[in-house]
Ligand binder design. Structure first.
Ligand code: NAP
Length: 251
């Protein structure tokens, strides 16, 4: 019988991260799910899932811009298990109070640019650093981050969204680097970036006006599509950037 899997979903309070937990909690091939959230205020769905699944789900509060919180997440996981099979970092920011994607150079400021990198880029590298020992096992495993097609340098035809695009492009470079280093020490881990497609969450809500209905995915559809990509990943896919339909995206 195949080994049951241990999973970590980072940023599971709402949106795509919450969708993964909701779906995977019913998967009998999964032994345990760890899920992080930033504040209880937004995490009512996750807290309810914990009440319904006290044995299978561990929820951990973490602001992923703080390395101490990332270390603490790792410590909690290590106190319960010794191997991970799937990690998906779903944390991201496009807009928040005092932060809007910049349409033009005149909207740039250093604090906002830094904020994009602080949330969208750096945490993935720090999770890769701290979680690496949990990937040193012979079973196939996946370390994935939700990136965005707008982070593709080659695909950028219309500009704008300076901070968000640049933070995702830098995230993509980190994924490539992590893939190379992991391949030397945890040989059965595929490190990948995923583009979910435009998905109906609070992140995309202010920007959905010009999106045709068939190109705006529900969270549920997004999760089905991304899981079908993830379920087809092999070790040969290490270091790749996949779109929601399984096609390769240019870096
Ligand atoms: N939705 C789309 O159309 C779309 C398209 C392309 C790429 N993406 C990417 O997909 C990923 C998920 O986005 P989504 O649409 O699901 O957005 P979302 O609904 O806004 O969820 C974002 C998640 O990130 C968490 N988060 C933000 N800052 C954090 C921090 N400092 N520490 C810990 N958690 C933090 C949020 O927690 P709180 O609940 O506490 O705020 C929330 O759980 C992001 O990386 C996004 O860039 C989304």
């Amino acid at each position: 019988m195949a080994t049951k899997k241990n999973i970590l979903i980072i940023g599971a309070s709402q949106g795509i991260g919450n969708g993964f937990v909701k779906e995977l909690i019913n998967d009998n091939n999964i032994e345990h799910i760890f899920a992080t959230y930033r504040t209880g205020k937004n995490a009512q769905n996750l807290l309810s899932l914990k009440v319904l699944n006290p044995e299978k789900l561990t929820i951990i509060q973490a602001d992923v811009t703080l390395e101490n919180d990332i270390q603490e997440v790792t410590n909690i996981i290590k106190s319960q298990i010794d191997k991970l099979h799937l990690v998906i970092n779903c944390v991201g920011v496009l807009h928040e109070e005092n932060l809007q994607p910049e349409k033009s150079l005149k909207h740039l400021n250093a604090d906002n640019l830094l904020r994009y990198f602080q949330v969208n880029t750096i945490p993935t590298a720090l999770f890769a650093k701290h979680l690496q020992p949990l990937f040193k096992h012979p079973e196939l495993s996946i370390f994935a981050t939700i990136s965005a097609k707008v982070g593709s340098i080659e695909d950028n035809k219309i500009g704008g969204w300076y901070g968000y695009r640049a933070s995702k492009a830098a995230l993509n470079m980190l994924i490539k680097n992590i893939a190379i280093e992991y391949s030397r020490v945890s040989k059965n881990t595929a490190v990948i970036a995923l583009h979910p497609g435009t998905t109906n969450t609070q992140l995309s809500a202010p920007f959905q006006k010009n999106v045709p209905p068939e190109k705006l995915f529900s969270v549920n559809l997004c999760i089905q599509q991304l899981l079908s990509v993830i379920n087809n990943i092999t070790i040969q896919d290490n270091g790749k950037f996949f779109s929601w339909d399984g096609s390769d995206l240019p870096w």
